[in-house]
Design a binder for this molecule. Sequence first.
Ligand code: COA
Ligand code: ZN
Length: 215
Amino acid sequence: METGGASIATGCSGRLARAMSMIHETAEVSPGAVIGEGTLVWHHAQMREGARVGAGCILSKGVYVDRDVVVGDNVKIQNYALIYRGSTLADGVFVGPLACLANDRFPRAVTPEGERKGDEDWEVGRVTVERGASIGAAAVVLPGVRIGEWAMVGACALVARDVPEHGLVLGSPAKLAGYVCRCGRPMVEEDGVWRCPVDGEEHRPDGPESKTPGR
Ligand SMILES: CC(C)(COP(=O)(O)OP(=O)(O)OC[C@H]1O[C@@H](n2cnc3c(N)ncnc32)[C@H](O)[C@@H]1OP(=O)(O)O)[C@@H](O)C(=O)NCCC(=O)NCCS
Ligand SMILES: [Zn+2]
């Protein structure tokens, strides 16, 4: 096992879990980063100082996880996705290939005087992705946006506004196109209730949490 000097958080089954975590030899993981049990960090991925990734995650080839980013458990981040500082990903989040979570709403390389900007010259914007949500391939999420639990961002969307729980958003700028089930399938609306055609789970926007009949 190659750990690149990063801390590996371990629980009571730490010895076994340590053996299952993996940082590929070409990955660059800061000694100031932390990864959880069983997390896999693949070729040429980079994790910066202060980044914390939970247990059971997959960071695919070429993923970038910036300073102080917080990632929960069982999160899957696909190839070349860019997760910038200010981002928080809850448990079970999926980030598709080439997606970008941005953190500078009004970007400039230089000050009005033409000097290169430093950390103190701009405000870090925050992207929050709640439990179980998915972000499609090549989507861009602007700073200040919160993506609700189990929501889905379609491929190539430009997300400029918050996305509600289970919401499906598409396009540029992304618009609400419907609702998706926890299983990932788009739901079908009938009399204000959205229902999954696969497993029957129901979702009432602005109502109580989604419920699968019989569960
Ligand atoms: C959004 C999504 C879940 C919809 O899936 P679906 O219900 O099977 O969609 P359909 O193919 O039936 O398309 C329904 C409509 O939405 C449009 N559409 C589908 N995906 C779209 C997208 N990402 N952006 C904009 N429009 C989209 C279709 O063109 C179609 O429009 P129409 O009714 O005018 O013909 C899916 O297309 C998607 O983007 N998934 C993410 C895939 C991804 O990025 N995976 C990452 C890991 S590889
Ligand atoms: Zn379902």
